[in-house]
Design a protein around this ligand. Structure first.
Ligand SMILES: Cc1cc2nc3c(=O)[nH]c(=O)nc-3n(C[C@H](O)[C@H](O)[C@H](O)COP(=O)(O)O)c2cc1C
Length: 364
């Protein structure tokens, strides 16, 4: 039986436990032109002090015109990367490993950063519009993702996480509902995954042998079978870790999670069901997410459902989540606010955060 607090080695990199603090764009902190600020560093200090084995940074954009909001951090220049070196220092000093999540929003790019949003295919839904990337533009963007990863390595990160989920650009290629291309980037799962696989190959070629590549992908592109096929391709393409979340669902449902329906008797969420289904098909470690409590986390790892559990809002509302898990205690739960988590606008309106002793809250 594997313990939640047992070490695991991913690509020569020892990770002290199976608990991941997953990617989180800190939307209520300003990031002028994508630049990290002391407030972001304080955020990562706070996160690393919580005790996860692995931290994934909030999505960092590979191109200024692909940002999901104006406060998103960027990794499109050497200068931006130099300013980020303190993040791995902070995490390493506290015993955690850290991956930089790299990202492009595709048609979910905010109008304030681009009046020419792009996607896998021409796209129009509920007033959101984008045009299909040309093959030449795909090659240019691939280079931007690879350059971002090279910068992350130089800045001291243990690896990167390629954001291929949540209906952002790479997911817009994976998704057969959105990707209607008739060239080698559309059609079969292998073609829809080609862009991500080319990025992976480029990163492998230009980074060292210990550099971790994680891929965050959906378990529903649009179903588990398709997702499993893409997961296997990513594994063959060199991914060291698969971080399973959600994918193709109408934009409006994204905040609701939209995990897979689970069979009767399955006691966990649709996300866990999806992650377990993918783990059954690959040999690399797999991480599950979504409202995972302390006892559930221990069970998921010990019973071999997954290798890692990612806990975001749970740790925000219960900063002692890790020590509680170690003691076998249940912690307080996130309220799962609708229509959207309050941290997307202002942390101080999060009801779980409000209940915390101000001394343990991270001030803006
Ligand atoms: C404020 C906020 C920002 C987020 N930013 C990202 C992000 O940058 N990249 C990403 O892959 N997921 C992001 N997520 C999704 C989380 O990583 C996680 O999958 C989700 O919160 C579900 O996990 P939980 O139930 O443990 O919170 C974000 C979620 C929240 C609430």
């Amino acid at each position: 039986m594997t313990d939640l607090f047992s070490e695991i080695t991913v690509r020569n990199c020892r990770i002290r436990n199976r608990i991941v603090f997953p990617a989180m764009v800190v939307c209520d902190l300003e990031a002028p032109e994508g630049k990290v600020t002391p407030a972001h560093l304080a955020h990562y200090r706070w996160v690393a002090d919580r005790g996860p084995g692995l931290i994934v940074t909030g999505a960092m954009c590979v191109s200024p015109d692909g940002r999901l909001n104006e406060n998103q951090l960027g990794i499109w220049s050497d200068q931006l990367a130099e300013d980020l070196t303190e993040i791995p220092e902070i995490c390493h000093q506290r015993g955690a490993r850290v991956l930089m999540q790299i990202h492009h929003a595709g048609f979910r790019t905010v109008p304030s950063v681009s009046d020419d949003p792009v996607s896998s295919s021409d796209y129009e839904e509920n007033g959101v519009r984008a045009r299909a990337l040309t093959a030449g533009e795909i090659a240019e963007l691939r280079e931007k993702y690879v350059a971002a990863a090279v910068r992350a390595e130089k800045a001291g990160f243990d690896g990167i996480e390629l954001h291929c989920a949540h209906l952002y650009l790479l997911d817009q290629f994976f998704s057969s509902a959105i990707n209607k291309r008739t060239d080698e980037y559309g059609g079969s799962a292998a073609n829809r995954a080609r862009f991500a696989l080319e990025i992976l190959a480029g990163i492998r070629e230009r980074t060292g042998p210990d550099f971790i590549i994680s891929c965050r992908m959906g378990c529903n592109t649009p179903d588990l079978e398709d997702a499993g096929e893409i997961a296997r391709l990513l594994e063959q393409g060199g991914a060291d870790l698969l971080d399973i979340s959600y994918s193709t669902i109408p934009l409006a449902q994204i905040v609701d999670g939209g995990g897979l329906p689970v069979p009767e008797g399955f006691e966990h969420s649709g996300f866990v069901y999806g992650a377990k289904g993918i783990r059954d098909k690959v040999n690399v470690p797999v991480c599950a997410v979504w409202q995972i409590g302390t006892r559930e986390a221990a069970q998921l790892v010990s019973e071999g459902f997954v290798d890692f559990v990612a806990v975001l809002r749970g740790m925000l509302v219960d900063p002692d989540w890790v020590s509680r898990a170690r003691a076998g205690e249940e912690g307080s739960r996130c309220y799962d606010c609708r229509p959207v988590c309050r941290w997307y606008s202002d942390r101080n309106s999060c009801p779980g955060w409000q209940k915390l002793d101000p001394a343990v809250r991270l001030q803006k």
